[in-house]
Design a binder for this molecule. Structure first.
Ligand SMILES: [Fe+2]
Length: 391
């Protein structure tokens, strides 16, 4: 039961000894006590100051009232029949954590007050209550709640700011990525200009390789590295003299050695470009052969990066099925036979297995699509091979 007796308890004295608090603007208070007279009296005293008060004679009535009417603070007797003050506290905290909640307890039950504070009460008052102390405690609790709300508002604002900045960063990164892709496209176009006989070759082997990489279950990061390496794989040819690159007849032994250097030249060029650094290894090893018969270093099997092992199959497929200065394109069936026959010798059997696991129509379909494409394909813009089958 609440009372307005002007008796100072030890807890009350401690309360008055605390620093003065900022007075709150008119606040809406709910007084909950099973004693109607105590409720009324405290409501009357508080209403004479800065508070607009309502009363409830039980926890259940208090909850009904709170459903219809928001309150800034609740002063609640702990010891009530039916729903206790602790039970009401738990329910109010669940529904409205921003409401200030003061509990009133008897002098012989201070522990209950402390327990209530551990359970979320903002303060406890020892009965009989001193009106000034209740008012001071209410102001203090309301001020604390306002600060908590300000902190929460600031936190939410910060989260919004972080989300906004993250969006801006992502947009900027997309722009950077796009500029990388444009650079790659320019490199590919330069290679094609240099060697018109193999126009579109870079783009097609890139698509073939990505399709195999997808069938092998490689990661998105590996897809990207393969794409970044396969597209400019012959970039080193830019350094070859026309007399060798465009020579219609067979190369001499010396010219062949010179020609083979394009893999190393391409590697040296590309490894210095940060966004292509991972792809540089594919460029250096794109003429290695599974059995060690390739160049530059005669690497064998797993010594050759998986991207380059995949590339070998893609390169063979395109070489056989594209027009060359000295012959027309051959049927895809011819390429399938070569890949099947040379699997385990020139080509990684895991790669050829992935190759043949896909419908045969996959490869001519990709080749036809790439013949029609005039700009960098969207799969490269999206950074993976996810749209290979549908673009
Ligand atoms: Fe090459």
């Amino acid at each position: 039961m609440l009372s307005s007796d002007k008796v100072l308890t030890p807890a009350a004295e401690a309360l008055t000894a605390q620093a003065p608090v900022t007075r709150s603007p008119t606040a809406r208070v709910l007084i909950v006590d099973d004693e109607p007279a105590a409720c009324k009296l405290l409501a009357l005293l508080l209403s004479e100051t800065d508070f607009e008060c309502k009363t409830a004679l039980s926890g259940a009535e208090a909850l009904r009232l709170l459903e219809k009417d928001n309150r800034d603070a609740i002063v609640c007797d702990l010891n009530m029949p039916g729903m206790t003050g602790m039970e009401l506290l738990a329910e109010v905290r669940r529904r409205s954590p921003q409401v200030a909640f003061l509990v009133a307890t008897g002098l012989d039950d201070v522990r209950a007050g402390i327990l209530a504070m551990k359970s979320g009460a903002d303060d406890y008052l020892v009965k009989p209550l001193h009106a000034d102390l209740v008012i001071a405690s209410l102001h203090r609790a309301l001020q604390k709640k306002r600060l908590e709300q300000e902190v929460e508002g600031y936190r939410l604002h910060l989260e919004e700011m972080v989300a906004e900045r993250t969006k801006q960063m992502e947009a900027a990164l997309k722009l950077v990525e796009r500029s990388y892709e444009d650079t790659l496209e320019a490199l590919g176009a330069a290679i094609d200009l240099r060697d018109a006989a193999t126009e579109g070759h870079s783009r097609r082997v890139c698509r073939f390789a990505l399709e195999m990489a997808k069938a092998m279950g490689l990661s998105e990061a590996q897809h990207k590295t393969i794409a970044m390496g396969a597209y400019p794989h012959d970039i080193g040819k830019l350094a070859l003299p026309d007399g060798i690159l465009l020579k219609p007849g067979p190369l001499t032994a010396e010219e062949r050695v010179f020609m083979q250097q394009h893999a190393q030249t391409g590697y040296d060029l590309v490894k210095q470009i940060p966004f292509l650094a991972d792809a540089a290894e594919l460029i250096r090893t794109h003429h290695e052969r599974y059995d060690g018969s390739g160049y530059l270093r005669g690497l064998k099997a797993e010594q050759i990066p998986i991207g380059a092992r995949i590339f070998e199959v893609a390169d063979t497929l395109d070489a056989i099925t594209s027009d060359r200065p000295y012959r027309r394109a051959l049927p895809f069936e011819d390429a399938f036979r070569v890949i099947q026959t040379e699997s385990g010798r020139l080509y990684d059997p895991q790669v050829s297995t992935a190759f043949f696991s896909l419908p045969k129509e996959t490869w001519p379909t990709i080749a036809r699509m790439q013949h029609q494409v005039t700009s960098l394909p969207s799969w490269l813009r999206s950074g993976g091979a996810g749209s290979l089958g549908s673009s």
